[in-house]
Write a protein that binds this ligand. Structure first.
Ligand SMILES: *Cc1c(COP(=O)(O)O)cnc(C)c1O
Length: 397
């Protein structure tokens, strides 16, 4: 190492590389805004479409490329981009694929903030937002202006499972791109890029890594995955020009949690089934919603696509309409283990209260009238969770 006159200069230019190679369980963590080019030829001979092109922090580091590759692999895709939240990943897809005058189709049970974003695009850029009923394919009637359809399987509040096969086939027939919010399946319940005997595939998935991949209820991130390089490059350009980037530290935390993601998913899937058996027997609930239940909307499509029998740890109940908002709020407030909060996929069970009447554009004849409570099953013992709900129900009488 060259010795400089000045101690400060020596410190700044001290070696940054460990003297020898070691192998560790987790990959090394890179934090970068500046990435140092070896020479001007490395600077000028590179192209942003080169695989693993390192040019600037926002465009990727070994840390972000590694997590992106892992997520793509879990979901059955080939290319991926990371965004600072699931919603940011959704916005990336919308802003890349939709132009002024286009028509976009969303399910009535779409993730709420996606709809809000699209309504904003409608007002500002003349993009037509059309709503279909997730369990009625005939309500999806694209015009020649239609560009994109959003799919969610299952819907994350009322848990309808759509007929993915028919929707994707119809979308392809009308030349729409298909984007699936894959947060519920997480790449573990089904393969969005090959989900039928006919090898049907969506074009792009987004995944709120905030949920299962993080698994901690503490880190926000999102991904956009495709198998189509041309589409990936379009998304990548938009990603770069919008300055979308994620922190190396957050990325490394999620990378660390991937090792046990499928174990957590499996555990929460099983615990939820335990709860369902009990929830169905409680007279306070007029309807229990979960795609594994034979009377849940789209149950047969869930069975067809989720051949492993797995589900995310979400279950919803509709309270008999004799329980008004005041009573259902009291129920939520009286739960001890279930905490009141948004999100899911973490260690702590959560509860959230919804009034669907205010959230839906179409009539939902498959849902009973009444207030909806969604349970997100964490990693606690299901018997304790049942006890908690039982106690809160008792206090209602
Ligand atoms: C949580 C969630 C998102 C958004 O993810 P954030 O990281 O919270 O922005 C998108 N879609 C679904 C289905 C979600 O549950």
């Amino acid at each position: 190492m060259t010795k400089h006159q000045n101690a400060q200069t020596n410190l700044i230019h001290a070696p940054r590389k460990a003297p020898q190679y070691i192998e560790t369980i987790q990959p090394p963590l890179y934090r970068a805004s500046t990435i140092i080019f070896k020479s001007t030829s490395h600077l000028f001979d590179r192209h942003w479409t080169d695989p693993y092109d390192y040019s600037y922090g926002t465009h990727g580091t070994p840390t972000t490329f590694t997590l992106g590759d892992n997520i793509a692999q879990i979901e059955g895709g080939l290319f991926s981009l990371l965004a600072p939240s699931g919603l940011s990943a959704i916005n990336l897809v919308n802003s890349t694929l939709l132009n002024s005058g286009d028509e976009v189709w969303v399910a009535d049970n779409i993730y709420g903030p996606n709809l809000e974003h699209l309504n904003n695009l409608q007002t500002r850029y003349g993009i037509q937002v059309k709503v279909y009923n997730p369990i009625d394919i005939d309500s999806f009637t694209p015009s020649e202006k239609a560009k994109l359809i959003w799919l969610e399987a299952a819907g994350s509040v009322s848990l309808e499972f759509p007929d993915l096969k028919k929707l994707v086939k119809k979308a392809k027939q009308f030349n729409l791109l298909t984007a699936l919010d894959n947060t519920w399946g997480a790449g573990l319940a089904f393969n969005a890029f090959d989900f039928s005997d006919e090898h049907l595939s969506v074009d792009v998935t987004v995944h709120a890594l905030t949920k299962y991949p993080s698994g901690g209820g503490d880190i926000l991130m999102g991904s956009v995955v495709t198998r189509d390089q041309h589409l990936h490059h379009k998304l990548y350009r938009m990603h770069a020009t919008q300055g979308i980037s994620v922190s190396g530290d957050d990325t490394a935390q999620i990378q660390r949690s991937l090792a046990h993601m499928s174990l957590r998913y499996e555990q929460q899937s099983q615990s939820t089934l335990r709860l369902l058996d009990w929830l169905k027997q409680q007279p306070q609930f007029i309807q229990v919603l979960h795609p594994s239940l034979s009377d849940s909307a789209g149950h047969q499509f869930w069975k067809e696509v989720c051949t492993t029998g797995k589900s995310a740890g979400l279950a919803s109940v509709i309270f008999d309409s004799r329980y008004d908002m005041h009573a259902v709020r009291r129920f939520c407030d009286n739960l001890k283990l279930f905490k009141l909060g948004f999100s899911w996929g973490g260690p702590v069970s959560l509860v959230m209260l919804y009034d669907l009447k205010q959230m839906r554009a179409l009539e939902n004849t498959h849902l009973q009238q009444g207030l909806l409570v969604r349970f997100c099953i964490g990693l606690e013992d299901p018997a304790d969770l049942i006890q908690d709900i039982q106690n809160a129900l008792k206090q209602l009488e």
